[in-house]
Design a protein around this ligand. Structure first.
Ligand SMILES: [Ca+2]
Length: 205
């Protein structure tokens, strides 16, 4: 083989386009609206003994139309310290040390009341209208919080707004997890919620 042809073949191999996007499964959380239901494509990461996230609208006083498609996710934090989350395996791993970004739509419902175990262990209707944040984690297994990748601001607005999250993973994570967390400016744990819809693909620079 002539050396010039070999060089061309080598250059072509080196310039083979690498995947620059990671597509998520059911990134718009479409499904049949139901309380305590995990959308197709996602794995529930909530604590045992607590109900999973909800497919909205239509439950606990949530009536906001979807930001995209027909349905979306509601996730809570509980005064008992319990969080809600879900995860999925990525079709290709993240790239360590490279900037990743993802858009998503976030909102809060005017009202959100749900039966919940209180600090005394009794089941009572509780007010979950307080604001929370959403965290993104990377991991090598379902529901693994190996690395905190990004966190949203505290979400208190009642209409959908787009947010861009950016991170540089330290490892080639194979799983992405979403989980609620408290507004850490509040002193005590509390009941709160967030509405989540329309995740984009993960873009890699
Ligand atoms: Ca949707």
């Amino acid at each position: 083989m002539p050396r010039s042809l070999l060089l061309l073949l080598l250059l072509a191999a080196c310039s083979e386009p690498q995947p620059q996007q990671i597509h998520l499964s059911n990134s718009s959380f479409e499904g049949t609206p139901a309380a305590g239901s995990t959308p197709d494509g996602w794995t529930n990461c909530g604590d045992r003994g607590e109900s999973p996230t909800d497919i909205q609208p239509g439950f606990f006083g949530v009536s906001l139309p979807a930001a995209e498609g027909r349905t979306y996710l509601s996730m809570v934090v509980r005064e008992t310290g319990k969080l809600e989350g879900l995860s999925q395996a990525l079709p290709t791993p993240m790239k360590p040390g490279v900037e990743h970004s993802l858009w998503l739509s976030l909102a809060q419902s005017d009202s959100f009341s749900s039966p919940a175990l209180n600090l005394e262990g009794k089941l009572k209707t509780a007010d979950f209208s307080h604001s929370v944040v959403l965290r993104l984690y990377g991991g090598m297994n379902p529901c693994e919080r190996r690395e905190l990748l990004a966190q949203t601001p505290v979400i208190g607005h009642r209409e959908w707004k787009p947010y861009l999250l950016k991170w540089q993973p330290s490892a080639a994570h194979t799983h992405l997890m979403l989980e609620t967390f408290y507004d850490t400016t509040r002193v005590q744990s509390y009941n709160g919620h967030i509405l989540v819809d329309h995740l984009s693909e993960i873009s890699i620079k």
